[in-house]
Design a protein around this ligand. Structure first.
Ligand code: GLN
Length: 516
């Protein structure tokens, strides 16, 4: 792959490490995250245009706190320290960091020196996000103070001769009103980047790289219809066409029309992608495996295992393949502990893990360096329709975990219809872009109602809509009452066996985003 200008985020355990990298990339500059423990030679070999030190939970003046070799300050590579990163820079270069008399947390007014390259175009008084207990009592020799707050005498500092910049606040979070501008200023004004990271060139160079890697080999790809696997399939299709076989498993737990949508894009007769496409109708075997099962973990397990089994059977029919494609994306890489410093949050696998018995030579993971929004952008470049690239996250076990209790074809049909109405009305109300995830679920509850003067005893549907930035925590979205009213009356009128609709007001924690 062609070498891009690169900015490195050196991770000291901050919560926002991925956010920093995303913000840099939004400025068309490629950015990668490395743990502070990484051998400096590795970082240097990347030939970075700039380095950003992240925040972190520790205190620099304590023994055993994360640190780095001060050599890094002599490389002539511009460095921006953020929060812990700024404190570390001061600590290592002869400044003084101590416990602050009062911690500073939340949106804070910061007075900045707009003659600094970092603050070009920023208002002299600007709102920034603070989150610290320690403070810089004294900047290191050679540094000029370029910002302060009411409580914090050194909120930003710089030594322009050495290209070293530091800010106590967090420019990467949206609560810092002009943070985007500051990061833009850092990568362009300070690091001198030209901005060569663009999705169209990424797609083009990656397609070329895939062709070289794959040669005339055969590739197998499990297509779920989600964003990542669809973009993966599209990219491979573009690169190697008929050498690619996509297996799509219809387990009967998909959203309404989802199978048709996937088949229209990738299936036989589609206008865009000339590949081998296999759609396995596994509905009956899934439903028989799930009959009588009510325990959520058990349901998930059965579905995951069955997926592998179906996939293996199909793979066996195809025979030997050279490559297995995986839709791993950059957050998966970072979260499985390979990229940054954040502890292992989850070990990543697509739909229940890698099949054991598929005979292949190597993995291809062309999306490994992309954030989710970049994956979507790449999908658009590849000509995928908007209803695929802007799809919400959908769990591997599908609607099975949105049906409390036993899963049956009848219950799936109810959820599919209710969910389709909910999605349609959210889109109509113009709310789709504001809500991170929304769906309808089937509670396992029957209750009494009255319809057409007749007593009914039917199901209750639950509606859910949440906003979140990272899916680790979430808040219930405040859907306007009239939208809820419209959806409720449409669901009870149009979906048979539903006589009641609930709205889920719970956040995560204490609830989860999905029901099971
Ligand atoms: N732990 C340091 C402090 O309390 C840095 C905090 C941070 O990076 N957010 O000041």
């Amino acid at each position: 792959m062609q070498q891009h200008e690169t900015v490195i985020v050196l991770d000291f355990g901050g919560q926002y490490n991925q956010l920093i990298a995303r913000r840099v990339r939004e400025n068309n500059v490629y950015c990668e995250i490395y743990s502070y423990k990484t051998d400096p030679a590795v970082i240097r070999a990347k030939n970075p245009k700039g380095i950003i030190f992240t925040g972190g939970p520790n205190s620099v003046y304590l023994e055993d706190s994360p640190s780095c070799d001060p050599e890094i300050f002599t490389w002539g590579v511009p460095i921006l320290g953020i929060c812990y990163g700024s404190q570390l820079m001061m600590h290592l270069l002869g400044g003084k960091v101590t416990r602050a008399p009062e911690r500073e947390y939340g949106k804070t007014e910061v007075f900045v020196d707009t003659s600094s390259k970092l603050f070009e175009g920023v208002s002299p008084s600007t709102i920034c996000w603070m989150s610290h207990n320690d403070y810089i009592e004294q900047a290191a020799p050679g540094f000029k103070i370029t910002a302060h707050t009411a409580n914090c005498p050194v909120a930003a500092m710089e030594d322009t001769n050495r290209g070293l910049y530091a800010v106590q606040f967090h420019p990467e979070v949206l609560h810092t009103a002009e943070g985007k501008k500051m990061l833009h200023n850092f990568v362009y004004n300070v690091c001198g980047c030209a901005g060569d990271w663009k999705m169209d060139s990424f797609v083009e160079s990656n397609v070329k790289a895939l062709r070289e890697q794959i040669g005339d080999g055969k590739v197998l790809c499990a297509l779920s219809g989600g964003v990542d696997s669809s973009v993966l399939a599209a990219m491979l299709a573009k690169a190697v066409g008929k050498q690619l076989t996509c297996v799509f498993v219809d387990h009967g737990l998909l959203r309404k029309n989802e199978k048709e949508e996937v088949c229209a894009v990738f299936g036989p007769g589609n206008p865009n992608f000339d590949i081998n496409f296999i759609c396995v109708d596994a509905r009956a075997r899934y439903f028989s495996k799930l009959a009588g099962v009510t325990e959520p973990e058990r349901k998930r397990k059965i579905i995951g295992e069955e997926f592998i089994r179906v996939f293996e059977e199909e793979a066996k029919k195809i025979g030997h393949v050279d490559f297995l494609a995986q839709g791993t994306i950059y957050p998966d890489v970072v979260e499985s502990g390979l990229g940054g410093e954040s502890t292992v949050i989850k070990s990543h696998h697509n739909v229940g893990g890698l099949p054991d018995h598929v005979d292949f030579k190597a993995l291809v993971e062309p999306l490994r360096n992309l954030f989710k929004d970049e994956v979507r952008q790449a999908g658009r470049e590849l000509g995928l329709p908007e209803y695929i690239v802007s799809r919400q996250p959908f769990p591997g076990p599908g609607l099975a975990i949105r049906i409390i209790g036993e899963v049956t074809p009848e219950k799936v049909a109810i959820v599919q219809d209710a969910d389709a109405i909910w999605r349609e009305e959210i889109a109509k109300a113009g709310l789709a872009g504001e809500i991170s995830q929304y769906y309808a679920a089937l509670t396992n509850m029957h209750s009494v109602g009255v319809m057409g003067d007749e007593r009914t005893y039917d199901y209750a549907v639950a509606l859910r809509a949440v906003t979140t930035t990272d899916f680790m925590t979430a808040e219930s979205y405040n859907v306007p009452w009239d939208v809820l009213g419209t959806v409720t009356s449409r669901i009870v009128n149009e979906v048979k066996h539903v006589n009641r609709v609930f709205y889920d007001c719970t956040g995560k924690p204490p609830a989860t985003i999905e029901m099971e």
